[in-house]
Design a protein around this ligand. Structure first.
Ligand SMILES: Nc1ncnc2c1ncn2[C@@H]1O[C@H](COP(=O)(O)OP(=O)(O)O)[C@@H](O)[C@H]1O
Ligand SMILES: N[C@@H](CCC(=O)OP(=O)(O)O)C(=O)O
Length: 371
């Protein structure tokens, strides 16, 4: 029984090219339908799920009648642009059987390293999850080069897991999990059931590159598990063709390889916030807001008495109590000029003052450390 898996409420599921495209013969729609059925059941069990789907290049190659993966990046990008259409259509129509919608999100790593774009992507994803729409994410292959060359949706999936604060990253692939050697080279290799993501011994076993369609191999999956672990998420690398794989994972069956983080999600997030960012401004709060923050709630504009500094959306600010002492720090949802205009205002008034509303919170509790 894996309680970290059965207890996970937010999952990121990544499906690699090799699986999705039936080893190069176009999209495997029947396999997609089987995963969708399981994802729908997970949703019914109260799990929020984000899908990271590769397969655009492979689908495009088959639509264009190409039998071998091109080397030139512009050809890969063209194939991805063609294939992405079919890929999202296939997901959408499969979810539509259950009266559910999907949403296409194309991201690059740069989008997630810029704090403003990071927050924007995060609000969109949160909103989609609230609307019970399944986001289907792929790399924005038209504008990336290295990623498309190396096939790195594993890393993208891990960054998405950090972004949405997933509890669990499930990487579905064409093997049953991570073996102690590449099973393509050593047929008697043994499946690793569980390990710590940071275990250095794993570097040796994950040495090989992937197949002709998927490109990352186990190396990128291991790196993804380590990245996901930074925000406290567990990763399962598991065979996507195993019958009812997602449902059985949810039920706690020991399928695939479970890679665990060294820290809890809360500790990981705190460390990330504490270590990486420079303070750009100060918000002075009233006593009510200080209490709310101490009870684990978000900071609303209504509890803010003054704003100092020239910060932008997504930057780090410090929150000071009425006694002048620091209470919290966090990533702010509004730039300084806007924050000035909405301080002391109720949530209803924010939209009237600004003419729009990004988020009701000035700092969301997930983006804050209370001291
Ligand atoms: N230690 C290992 N355990 C399992 N598979 C491995 C290992 N090392 C290398 N591989 C290779 O990685 C491949 C899966 O990666 P990849 O082709 O990139 O798939 P995907 O498209 O699912 O990302 C497997 O088919 C396997 O040959
Ligand atoms: N983003 C591209 C390539 C990503 C890729 O190859 O990833 P993977 O198969 O998961 O190793 C695509 O959709 O084809």
């Amino acid at each position: 029984m894996r309680d970290k898996v059965t207890g996970a409420r937010r999952w990121v599921v990544k499906i690699g090219s090799a699986l999705l495209t039936a080893d190069g013969r176009g999209l495997d729609r029947s396999a997609m339908a089987v995963w969708v059925e399981q994802m729908i059941r997970l949703g019914e069990a109260g799990i929020e799920l984000v899908l990271v789907s590769s397969g655009a290049v492979a689908a495009g190659m088959s639509q264009l009648g190409w039998s071998s993966r091109p080397r030139a990046v512009h050809e890969l990008q063209a194939a991805a642009a063609v294939g992405q259409m079919g890929l999202v259509q296939a997901w959408e129509s499969s979810f539509a059987h259950y009266g559910r919608h999907t949403a296409q999100i194309l991201l690059t790593h740069d989008d997630l390293s810029d704090r403003k774009r990071y927050l924007n992507a995060r609000s969109t994803l949160r909103t989609l999850l609230d609307l019970e729409v399944t986001p289907v994410i792929n790399e924005n292959d038209t504008v990336v080069t290295d990623e498309i060359r190396f096939g790195d949706n594993d890393t993208l999936a891990a960054l998405v897991a950090n972004l949405v604060e997933a509890d669990l990253l499930v990487i579905l692939t064409d093997r049953d999990g991570m073996f102690d050697a590449d099973p393509g080279i050593k047929p008697d290799a043994v499946l690793i059931r569980e390990a710590r993501a940071d275990d250095p011994l794993l570097d040796e076993v994950a040495g090989g590159r992937g197949g002709i369609l998927g490109r990352g191999g186990m190396q990128t999956k291991l790196r993804a598990a380590r990245l996901a672990a930074r925000s406290g998420a567990h990763t399962v690398i598991v065979g996507g063709r195993i019958e009812q794989v997602l449902a059985r994972l949810k039920d706690g069956e020991c399928l695939g390889t479970l890679l665990s983080p060294e820290r809890t999600r809360h500790a990981a997030r705190k460390q990330w916030l504490a270590g990486h960012l420079q303070m750009r401004g100060r918000l002075t709060l009233d006593a009510g807001a200080v209490n709310a923050l101490r009870q684990g709630r978000s900071l609303l504009p209504v509890g803010v008495k003054s704003v100092e500094g020239s910060f932008r959306r997504g930057e780090m600010v410090v929150c000071i109590g009425p006694n002048g002492l620091e209470v919290a720090r966090g990533l702010v949802n509004y730039a300084a000029l806007e924050a000035q205009r909405i301080l002391g205002r109720s949530t209803d008034e924010v939209e009237k003052v600004l003419g729009y509303i990004d988020e009701p919170e000035l700092i969301h509790r997930d983006n804050m450390i209370v001291l």
